[in-house]
Design a protein around this ligand. Structure first.
Ligand SMILES: NC(=O)c1ccc[n+]([C@@H]2O[C@H](COP(=O)([O-])OP(=O)(O)OC[C@H]3O[C@@H](n4cnc5c(N)ncnc54)[C@H](OP(=O)(O)O)[C@@H]3O)[C@@H](O)[C@H]2O)c1
Length: 325
């Protein structure tokens, strides 16, 4: 895969160091803004990237790469992904895929029409521990309750309270606890149970954005609560409860550090099947193969998953009366 990285922020700086372990990926271009051109060019030099841009349209004219990794703030995902597909590039897009369900449908239509790969970079779906969690969940009897809690006090929350609104808290940029952090819980649950029957979101709103909230997903016989908070903290953990035992996901739902099974008698066993210490390794390794093999079956299957997540997100955002974008 010949890749252009769109963005030069936090996640890109985490991603570039693992490229050395992914021989199927060659990073050919990087895009940043004019205001942070120096930072982008520093990354370009450090990682031996041929091309550097500050304008998306100019970047997409290059034929040095076949795929883009969209890693800009949330509100730009749709526009950048659309332009890339129109330029004939495959797209790997950071979470949340888009701000609106209809935008994802539009991207899907464009990708399928042009036989291009379009996938969401959502770490938990591709981690080996997730396969283990799925298998373990089938062995605890009838599922009843799932509780995911990803609460992490954000250093950006202090700035936010003082009136400096960084992208992660900016409604215009698609920020908020649901989009930024709780979305990993949603992906974890949708990967297990699919589409819920009902969605409700009880959010703590400050300056028109959710700084924390509880999302209720009703699956009929299974009830789910997904908690995401950036204004307070708790032990980050998820539990999947069945009539014959439970599965405990240790740590954040974007990392799935390890998981434990617990029987009704209280016997606990802990597992960890990581292939690589970095959470982004598995997804990019797989995406490389998907692009190489033009695996549209995989793309369609994963888009079904992402569309359910976007439907939930949209229902939740509307339920809480939040306006994004
Ligand atoms: N941080 C994480 O741990 C993490 C994890 C998973 C997913 N993500 C997702 O990754 C995306 C980026 O997050 P981040 O934390 O890396 O954000 P970030 O640190 O704010 O980085 C965003 C990058 O996009 C650049 N950018 C903004 N507008 C642009 C434009 N018009 N053209 C070109 N570049 C532009 C920014 O440039 P400036 O520096 O000049 O603003 C910056 O380099 C988000 O969608 C987020 O949900 C983040």
């Amino acid at each position: 895969m010949k890749l252009a990285v769109l963005g030069s922020g936090k996640i890109v700086q985490e991603f570039l160091p693992i490229i050395k372990d992914l021989p199927g990926i060659q990073v050919k271009a990087i895009l940043g803004t004019k205001r942070s051109q120096e930072k982008t060019e520093k990354l370009q030099g450090e990682y031996g990237i041929d091309e550097s841009y500050t304008d998306i349209d100019e970047c997409l004219q290059s034929d040095a790469f076949d795929t883009v990794y969209v890693a800009v703030p949330n509100h730009l995902h749709y526009g950048f992904a659309k332009k890339a597909l129109e330029a004939g590039k495959h797209v790997i897009c950071e979470k949340p895929f888009t701000l609106k369900h209809a935008e994802l449908l539009d991207l899907e239509q464009l990708a399928l029409k042009n036989d291009l790969i379009l996938v969401e970079a959502i770490t938990n779906q591709y981690l080996t521990n997730y396969q283990g969690i799925k298998e373990a969940s089938k062995k605890i009897g009838k599922l009843k309750i799932i509780e995911c809690n990803y609460s992490q006090y954000s250093s950006r929350y202090d700035a936010f309270k003082e009136g400096t609104i960084l992208p992660a808290f900016n409604p215009k940029m698609g920020g908020g606890a649901l989009m930024d952090i709780n979305i990993y819980n949603i992906h974890l649950v949708v990967g297990l149970l699919g589409k819920p029957q009902r969605v409700q979101y009880f959010a703590n709103i400050e300056r028109e954005i959710d700084t924390s909230g509880m999302l209720i997903l009703d699956y009929g016989e299974v009830k789910v609560v997904c908690i995401g908070a950036k204004d307070s903290e708790a032990t980050i953990r998820s539990t999947i409860q069945g009539t014959e035992g439970s599965v405990i996901v240790n740590g954040p739902t974007n990392m799935l550090e390890s998981y434990s099974t617990q029987t009704l008698a209280g016997e606990i066993k802990t597992f960890d099947h990581k292939d690589h210490p970095h959470r982004m390794y598995d997804e990019f390794k797989l995406f490389t193969q998907v692009i190489e093999n033009k695996d549209m079956t995989f793309v369609k299957k994963q888009l079904e998953h992402s569309k359910i997540v976007m439907e939930i997100v949209e229902a939740a955002i509307n339920d809480a009366g939040i306006v994004l974008g």
